[in-house]
Design a protein around this ligand. Structure first.
Ligand code: PAF
Length: 254
């Protein structure tokens, strides 16, 4: 049974009563609309730790576009069934009021890496991500937290924050999970029409095609994608494109 915890006070009480300790607790933060990518993080946490906590919180401070926030898929019933199926011990399912009693007056800003790649196109996005992740890590107090490599920049920034602030949580990266046709799993894929989904397959295909970033960008644009960027970083090609109105990100190891 997955136990649902809604407040920080409740979590603190449970932490004591269940004798939880960082060394035995794994954590997977999510915004819900769970898919096999999340399942792979959960599986790793369940294998590595005595107990696993997952959070579901659609964090408004990381959305630079209010439409995007409104459209973000919400599939709570299925999500909860998945947590039970994967033997997740705790679901932290809290509210904006609980997490942001300060109304986002206190924020984590990263001044360098968060400004390039996705950060150059989504102003304030990583401030929101880092702030909510710091809050969640401070509340849950896990020894390990799991992040997908599909959001490679996010993973690197969270890891950097954990080091910069001497957090006691080890940040663990897990490989991107793809559908059989090559599309990286993402909650946003639910927003694609069948035609857009078919069209979107060109994105991973071209990223892996052994071409230069400029060539990939050019070919994607020729096909009709709006391309935010295709860039090389850390021995990877990273990119962000729009298939219709849906923004997709992906990266491949070179
Ligand atoms: O990757 C996500 O789902 C979110 O950015 C995260 C890490 C849960 C923070 O809201």
């Amino acid at each position: 049974m997955t136990r649902v915890i809604k407040t920080v006070k409740e979590w603190n009480e449970l932490y004591k009563s269940e004798n939880l300790s960082a060394s035995q607790l794994g954590f997977v933060p999510t915004m819900g609309a769970l898919h096999r990518g999340h399942a792979s993080l959960i599986e790793k946490s369940v294998a590595d730790n005595r107990k696993t906590a997952v959070s579901i919180f659609v964090n408004p401070t990381q959305f630079n576009d209010s439409n995007d926030l409104q459209k973000y898929p919400k599939t709570f019933e299925q999500d909860f069934a998945m947590l039970e199926e994967y033997n997740v011990d705790y679901l932290f399912f809290t509210s904006y009021e609980e997490l942001y009693a300060d109304k986002f007056a206190y924020q984590v800003h990263e001044n360098s890496f968060s400004k390039i790649l996705c950060g150059a196109f989504r102003s304030g996005h990583f401030d929101g991500v880092l702030t909510v992740v710091l809050k969640l890590l401070n509340i849950i107090k896990p020894g390990r937290a799991y992040f997908g490599e599909k959001d490679y920049q996010q993973y690197k920034l969270v890891k950097g924050m954990a080091e910069a602030f001497f957090l006691q949580t080890e940040i663990i990266a897990c490989p991107t999970v793809r559908d059989e046709d090559g599309l990286a799993l993402s909650s946003r894929n639910l927003l694609l029409s069948p035609e857009e989904r078919e069209f979107a397959l060109n994105f991973p295909r071209l990223l892996k095609a052994n071409k230069s970033c400029d060539e990939i960008k050019f070919e994607l644009e020729q096909l009709g994608f709006k391309v935010d960027y295709i860039e090389e970083y850390d021995g990877r090609y990273l990119g962000a494109v729009y298939a219709g109105k849906v923004r997709l990100i992906d990266n491949v190891i070179l």
